[in-house]
Design a protein around this ligand. Structure first.
Ligand SMILES: *Cc1c(COP(=O)(O)O)cnc(C)c1O
Length: 437
């Protein structure tokens, strides 16, 4: 069976809306990667989401493999989440005072993460990583931080040094506006290179901590090499530095307990976001009692937020995590993603297009290059023109892939067997388009 191909994907309404948006919003968007600079053309404006699908303002329907960049592991408009949020919203939008919902979500997070004794909720992943870094510095009295090239930890000043995600897509890994004095405190090393980390600890004595995406999603999907995460654990323990696992993307995604469950390693501090908000704005950081107790009001390290832990966001998170606390669900996600992986790998072989498909659980990337990608400099070898052709060929076939080579695709639990077959069929045809080009 051939796919229905929309040769000229009709995007007239998106085009009009984008022209209007650019008059009033910077670049017409509120987060750079949405502007489609990575693939060219007009960003597709969405009208609604339903289960596994997105419907755009021109009425085109797509199988959604972006999932709002990670949060929507249950698909769009999960009824359990919607109903719970609705019930809670009736009682108030925000109190600026404690509510029981915050404790309820904290308990759920702690059940998934045995490394977390106490949690602080914030409103975004960026806020979580900024706060975790402040805590690492405050607790150790040291200043430097190690991060890895191509990893993205939100847009905090200290992290916009060799940053991944949208910064990589736009070729702006080091942002103007970050003072040199501050940037000089960030040591950026190649991912998967434990020797480089050892050397850095030998050279510098004031390293407060190491922050890492335990599985990288923000330079495209790059898994940790065996021993890399354990190596980070050992070195940071030896040097009394804080190990921060940034699980904003991997938390409740690659396993219920994230990378720490999957790889059996405990971080000192963990940052979370995306899925724990179920589609509403939530972030969190948490960790060992002795560290977290240094945060205000228990301790002197200041951090606060007007809408932190607000009832609607907590309710969305609670309903999402309750739904996810189900081994069968992760088994199904693994099977879905594995089915697509096998199909795409077959299509790569048949078409002879130079490409590699990398995956951990329900996160994956198709890199257009001839070798596995282990770090950012290898990710940059990938052919972004080919990626862009592939992206639009998929869109014409009704599959919405990430609009950047440096972003992971996300599978949701809402995908049906037919959706999965359609993804594989579309990928095969899209690779044929590249073969013919
Ligand atoms: C998305 C992301 C962030 C930033 O989260 P925001 O909610 O966009 O601020 C931080 N770290 C990682 C690993 C992410 O994927």
């Amino acid at each position: 069976m051939r796919n229905r191909v929309r040769k000229n994907l009709e995007l007239n309404n998106s085009k009009k809306l984008f022209i209007e948006a650019q008059k009033h919003l910077v670049g017409g968007v509120n987060s750079p990667v949405r502007a489609f600079k990575g693939v060219g053309g007009t960003p597709i404006f969405m009208a609604r989401g339903k289960g596994a699908y997105l419907i755009d303002v021109d009425g085109n329907r797509y199988i959604d493999l972006v999932g709002s960049w990670g949060p929507l592991i249950l698909g769009h408009v999960s009824l359990d989440v919607l109903n719970h949020v609705r019930r809670i919203l009736r009682k108030g939008f925000t109190f600026g005072a404690p509510s029981a919902l915050e404790t309820e979500l904290a308990v759920l997070v702690k059940k998934a993460y045995t490394s977390i004794d106490k949690v602080r909720f914030v409103s975004s992943g960026t806020e979580a990583t900024l706060s975790a870094l402040r805590l690492a510095r405050g607790a150790t009295g040291k200043k430097k931080i190690i991060k890895f090239e191509g990893c993205y930890h939100g847009h905090g000043d200290s992290f916009l040094v060799s940053a991944g995600s949208g910064a990589a897509t736009l070729g702006l890994p080091d942002s103007p506006g970050v003072p040199e004095e501050l940037a000089s405190l960030t040591i950026s090393l190649p991912y998967n290179d434990i020797k480089a980390v050892e050397d850095a600890f030998t050279r510098f004595d004031d390293i407060a901590g190491v922050i890492v995406e335990p599985v990288v999603g923000n330079m495209g999907l790059v898994p940790p090499k065996p021993g890399f995460l354990q190596g980070l654990r050992d070195i940071t323990s030896k040097h009394n530095a804080i190990l921060i696992f940034d699980e904003v993307m991997t938390g409740f995604r690659i396993a219920y307990g994230g990378a720490q469950e999957l790889y059996g390693i405990k971080a000192d501090l963990t940052t979370l976001g995306k899925i724990i908000g179920g589609g509403l704005p939530v972030g969190a950081y948490g960790g060992r009692e002795d560290l977290m107790s240094q945060v205000a009001p228990e301790g002197p390290i200041y951090q606060a937020g007007t809408l932190s832990g607000n009832p609607a966001a907590m309710a969305a998170g609670i309903a999402t995590l309750k739904k996810l606390n189900d081994d069968q669900l992760y088994k199904k996600l693994e099977e879905s993603a594995a089915f697509v992986e096998e199909g795409i790998k077959r299509a790569i072989q048949k078409t002879g297009v130079e490409a590699v498909f990398q995956r951990v659980g329900s996160m994956a990337t198709l890199f257009f290059c001839g070798h596995p990608v282990e770090n950012y400099s290898q990710a940059k070898d990938a052919d972004r023109k080919k990626y862009s052709t592939f992206f639009w060929a998929m869109a014409q076939r009704g599959v919405y892939f990430p609009p950047s080579q440096f972003e992971a695709a996300f599978f949701s639990a809402a995908l049906s067997a037919n959706d999965l077959k359609k993804i594989v069929r579309s990928a095969h045809e899209s690779l044929q388009v590249l073969q013919e080009a």
